[in-house]
Ligand binder design. Structure first.
Ligand SMILES: C[C@@](CO)(OP(=O)(O)O)[C@H](O)COP(=O)(O)OP(=O)(O)OC[C@H]1O[C@@H](n2ccc(N)nc2=O)[C@H](O)[C@@H]1O
Ligand SMILES: Nc1ncnc2c1ncn2[C@@H]1O[C@H](COP(=O)(O)OP(=O)(O)O)[C@@H](O)[C@H]1O
Length: 271
């Protein structure tokens, strides 16, 4: 890479249209069964990559302890380039919306775009930095299994409208998983592919029935009651391990998108 490259990206949030756990692995991780869907709520990133000595600088509008992008850079161990990242966070953090994972995928896609890493490097690094990161390399709609690294990309769903609700506090993914009981596993009314077909057929009753999240069993009661109230009228559920929740509504502020990461601009800067 001869010149300095500058990329502008949007990295989209995701919701889990359904999320169940199949089993707990001996290493402590849980096998999920989930229909992931990107939505039009997005962070913005400016990434400048130049020849250098392996320095990284991240500026963000929000304070983030140990940004996941540092973890990627440490794992990559690149000593031939310098990177500068300006991050404009709009996705609430620790909300089950995958904001950090989406930023990580955007960073990997940018490094792949300028040839610093290969496509396979990006996937291996994605698996290594976070369970939700691999999905964002594909984006759109996907049937996700394993720890989150087994991705079955699906034909994009029509652009359903969706509302997102953030209660103003985050939930630790690790703690949420730690509170799950195995007797709650495998209780989803239907699997991700059956729910996906219900969306394709716009079968509202079946979509409502299949909109499920096992983590609703381990969230605060006042948060659960807000979700239960929405469920009376809409397909609604917690996303990820929370704290955010969503409902599918024709008046929704956001909509389904077909990508996890969008490179909006690329240019080479002399010098
Ligand atoms: C590859 C890793 C993990 O081995 O390296 P280390 O962090 O151990 O160095 C990466 O951190 C990877 O990050 P990871 O821990 O998956 O981050 P997250 O996806 O946010 O998961 C947070 C925590 O939720 C739990 N978790 C998450 C996903 C999943 N399918 N099952 C789980 O049980 C685990 O306790 C996990 O540690
Ligand atoms: N770039 C980032 N954006 C958001 N959170 C980040 C980032 N880097 C590291 N994190 C950490 O990851 C945690 C999970 O963030 P996020 O991925 O937004 O939530 P979730 O995993 O619940 O979807 C945050 O609480 C934060 O401490």
């Amino acid at each position: 890479m001869g010149k300095t490259c500058r990329l502008l990206l949007r990295t989209y949030a995701k919701v889990n249209l359904c999320l169940d756990i199949i089993r707990k692995r001996s290493n402590g991780y849980h096998e999920i069964s989930s229909l992931f869907q990107n939505i039009s709520l997005a962070d913005k990133m400016e990434i400048i990559i130049s020849n250098g000595d392996g320095n990284i600088q991240i500026d963000s509008n929000m304070h983030i302890e140990d940004n996941i992008l540092y973890k990627i850079w440490r794992l990559l161990g690149d000593k031939d380039h310098d990177v500068k990242v300006r991050l404009e966070k709009k996705i609430p953090m620790g909300a089950g919306l995958g904001g950090g994972s989406s930023n990580a995928a955007g960073f990997l896609k940018a490094l792949e775009y300028v040839g610093v890493i290969t496509k396979d490097d990006a996937y291996q690094l994605a698996k290594a930095v976070g369970s939700d990161v691999p999905f964002f390399l594909y984006g759109g709609t996907a049937n996700v299994a394993g720890r989150g690294e087994i991705i079955e990309p699906l034909e994009p769903l029509p652009s359903f409208k969706i509302d997102i609700f953030y209660p103003g506090y985050s939930i630790s993914t690790k703690e949420a998983y730690g509170n799950l009981r195995s007797e709650w596993f495998n209780l989803a009314p239907m699997g991700p592919l059956e729910l996906y077909r219900a969306y394709l057929e716009n079968d509202c009753e079946k979509i409502k029935k299949g909109t499920y999240n096992i983590f609703e069993r381990v969230i605060p009661n006042d948060l659960l009651s807000k979700i239960e109230k929405l469920k009376l009228e809409f397909p609604a559920a917690l996303t990820g391990s929370g704290s955010a929740y969503f409902c599918i509504s024709s008046n929704g502020k956001y909509h389904f998108t077909q990508k996890g990461v969008e490179i909006d601009a690329f240019d080479e800067i002399e010098g």
